[in-house]
Design a protein around this ligand. Structure first.
Ligand code: IPD
Ligand code: CA
Ligand code: CA
Length: 265
């Protein structure tokens, strides 16, 4: 199938649903707790329903891996990997840093990715082998070659504290040896910011495919490198991710190996 013509339609869809997100108002009673510090509202669910319905008409017989569980995946076929609202905690607290993230996945490969930030009206978009753009303009990762010259983005698990001490040791090392660290609260936007060179590197663990799918392809198509913490090609369905401008990847892998080695099961 020729997947490139789908890209503008997916961009437009995220923009429409992004406008809808900005119109919604949440009362405290509308907030459901899925698990510790993991919240959902009618906004996450409503956005996902709109996205799934539209993508289903765009590509009939495709499957879905969507955070709120709408639709189901198809084996060996096209699957849309969707986070209808990445940055739910920000959204609930009226911090204007959240987005919609959609990727198209087929037989082990990411083909398309779109991340739309309705607050800044920025649509990051990419297709395998065709580069990455923001609002139609080509984007590229930064040229930094050392952590000392880098601004990093990260996130902290909110419900998995088993390895917190080591993770904070890694953060301590990073804060002393880089230009600084940002915790935006949206993994998809963290990845988009690496792709366009605003940040040089992003790392986080305990994530899900919908947090990272579009962002992985975006960073790769913008000239960056994505791996898991062991430098394996397992960031999409694994639990940890290191996405960089390429020039800082090895130095960060060494820091991870020193301060946050794999857990002994
Ligand atoms: C969360 C955000 C956050 C990351 C969390 C994710 P959600 O997604 O991406 O930055 O630290 O691990 O779960 O729940 O807002 O879609
Ligand atoms: Ca998410
Ligand atoms: Ca979400």
């Amino acid at each position: 199938m020729e997947f490139l013509p789908l890209l503008p339609q997916v961009e437009q869809l995220t923009q429409q649903v992004g406008t809808w997100l900005l119109e919604q108002r949440i009362s405290p009673e509308a907030i459901e707790t899925k698990s510790l510090n993991n919240f959902v509202t009618f906004v996450d669910k409503g956005a996902e329903e709109q996205l799934v319905a539209a993508l289903n008409s765009l590509l009939p017989s495709s499957g879905f891996i969507a955070e709120e569980g709408t639709g189901s995946p198809v084996k060996d076929g096209y699957n849309w990997i969707i986070d209808p609202l990445d940055g739910t905690t920000n959204f609930l607290h009226q911090v204007p840093v959240f987005c919609i993230s959609i990727a198209l996945h087929f037989q082990g490969e990411l083909l398309l990715g779109v991340i739309h930030d309705p607050n800044r009206n920025e649509t990051f978009s990419c297709a395998k082998g065709h580069g990455a753009t923001c609002n139609g303009n080509p984007i590229h990762v930064s040229t930094a070659t050392s952590l000392a010259d880098s601004l990093l983005a990260t996130g902290f698990p909110y419900d998995d504290f088993g390895r917190q001490e080591q993770y904070l040791n890694l953060l301590g090392h990073i804060t002393k040896n880089t230009r600084g660290v940002r915790r935006l609260g949206s993994a998809a936007l963290d990845l988009a910011y690496v792709a366009c060179g605003r940040c040089d590197l992003f790392y986080e663990y305990a994530l899900n495919p919908w947090d990272v799918a579009a962002g992985i392809l975006l960073v790769q198509e913008a000239g960056g490198t994505v791996s898991d913490f062991q430098n394996e090609d397992n960031a999409l369905f694994g639990k940890d991710i290191l996405a960089s401008n390429s020039g800082t990847h090895q130095e960060m892998l060494q820091a991870i190996e020193r301060f946050f080695p794999p857990a002994l099961d």
